[in-house]
Design a protein around this ligand. Structure first.
Ligand SMILES: [Ca+2]
Ligand SMILES: [Ca+2]
Ligand SMILES: [Ca+2]
Length: 325
C-alpha cells in the first residue's frame, strides 16, 4: 500500500510537469541569466512549410520553414523570412539539380542573363555569387535576384543590373537548417550538427565582398548556455558558445533579433552594424564544391573574400550592406 501511494504521488507530479511546456521546466533559471537584446526561444519550431525545393538530378537536404514563439508571444520564422517561394530565381552559374554544370565561366552564356533595371541610364554590372546556403540580393532596396537553391546542393549564380553610382548592395544570407528552430542538421551519424554559413561575390565594376562590408546577425542557434551570448559595439557575439555536435539538441535555445523593415534601402542607417568578418576558402570548405571552384576566377581570383558575421557556425541569418561609391 505504501509503495502504491508513493507511485501515485510521483505519477501526479510527472503529469503536472507534463502539462506545462517543457521549456518552462528546463529553461527558467537559464532564461533569467540572459540580459541581452535578443528574444530567446527554446526547442524545435513548428514546421509550416515542409520543403521548398526538390532536386530533380541529385540529392538535396530538406529546406523547410518553421515558426516558433518566444516567452512574450512573438512568433519568429526560422531559419528566416524569405522570398524563395515567389521571387524570380537568379540565373545559375552552376546548379546540378537543373543539370547546369559548366566547367568554367567560358562555358556560360553570360549574354543571355536578364538585366534588372535600377537606373535606366546606369552602368550595366554583372555579379557572381556563391552562398552557403542562400542569398537574396537587393540593389538600392530593389530585390534583384534570389538564390535558386535554398539549402543544398551548393550552387552559384550570375546576376546583371543597371545602376548609377553611388549605389547600395544589401544581401540577406541564410545558413539553412534541417532541425527548424535550433540551427542544426544531420551530419555523419549525429542528429544536431551546427552547419556553417559563408557568402562571397564579385561585380564587374570591381566591387568585391570584404571586411569593408557591414554584417549584422539576426538569428543565432543552437545555444546550450545562454551566458555565452554577449553584445559589444553593435556586435552580437557568440564566440564563447559551443559549436559541438550532439544527439540531444532538441531543447537548444535560439536568439532572434527583429529585422528592420527598411534594412535593404539606400537610406537605411546601418552605422551601428559591425564590419563583416572575412573567412578563408579553407574555413568555409569549398575545395570540393564545383559550383565555386569552376568559377574561382570570379570569386577569390577577382579579389573577393568570404564574409559572414563574427560566428560563421552559429549565426544563421546575417544581413550585409555595402555602398559602392
Ligand atoms: Ca544556394
Ligand atoms: Ca549554422
Ligand atoms: Ca550551411
Amino acid at each position: 500500500m505504501k509503495n502504491n501511494h508513493i507511485i501515485t504521488l510521483s505519477s501526479i507530479a510527472l503529469f503536472t510537469m507534463g502539462c506545462s511546456p517543457s521549456s518552462d521546466v528546463i529553461a527558467s533559471s537559464n532564461l533569467n541569466d540572459y540580459h541581452g537584446s535578443a528574444s530567446i526561444t527554446q526547442g524545435l519550431a513548428k514546421t509550416i512549410k515542409e520543403n521548398l525545393f526538390e532536386c530533380d538530378n541529385g540529392r538535396s537536404r530538406v529546406a523547410g520553414i518553421g515558426e516558433i514563439t518566444d516567452a512574450e508571444g512573438k512568433v519568429w520564422t526560422v531559419p528566416a523570412t524569405n522570398h524563395f517561394a515567389h521571387a524570380n530565381k537568379a540565373v545559375d552559374l552552376y546548379e546540378q539539380c537543373a543539370n547546369i554544370t559548366p566547367r568554367s565561366i567560358a562555358d556560360v552564356d553570360v549574354d543571355s542573363v536578364p538585366v534588372a533595371i535600377i537606373d535606366a541610364d546606369g552602368e550595366e554590372i554583372t555579379g557572381y555569387i556563391f552562398a552557403d546556403n542562400y542569398f537574396e540580393l537587393y540593389i538600392n532596396g530593389q530585390l534583384v535576384a534570389i538564390d535558386s537553391v535554398p539549402f543544398t546542393p551548393f550552387n552559384s549564380s550570375i546576376v546583371k543590373f543597371k545602376v548609377n553610382k553611388p549605389y547600395t548592395i544589401a544581401v540577406k544570407a541564410i545558413d539553412w537548417e534541417e532541425n527548424l528552430g535550433v540551427g542544426t542538421e544531420y551530419s555523419r551519424g549525429v542528429s544536431h550538427h551546427p552547419g556553417d554559413g559563408g557568402f562571397i561575390a564579385s561585380f564587374s565594376d570591381g566591387t568585391v565582398t570584404s571586411s569593408d562590408w557591414q554584417a549584422q546577425t539576426f538569428y543565432t542557434a543552437p545555444i546550450y548556455d545562454l551566458t555565452c551570448l554577449s553584445e559589444i559595439d553593435g556586435k552580437r557575439l557568440s564566440d564563447t558558445c559551443t559549436t559541438a555536435s550532439t544527439n540531444s539538441g532538441d531543447n537548444a535555445y535560439a536568439a532572434h533579433w527583429q529585422v528592420p523593415a527598411d534594412w535593404m534601402n539606400q537610406g537605411f542607417n546601418s552605422t551601428s552594424w559591425p564590419p563583416a568578418t572575412q573567412y578563408s576558402e579553407r574555413e568555409i570548405g569549398v575545395n570540393n564544391k564545383k559550383s565555386y571552384m569552376n568559377f574561382i576566377e570570379k570569386f577569390s581570383g577577382a579579389g573577393a573574400h568570404f564574409i559572414w558575421s563574427t560566428n560563421v557556425v552559429l549565426d544563421n541569418e546575417v544581413l550585409f550592406r555595402y555602398e559602392v561609391k
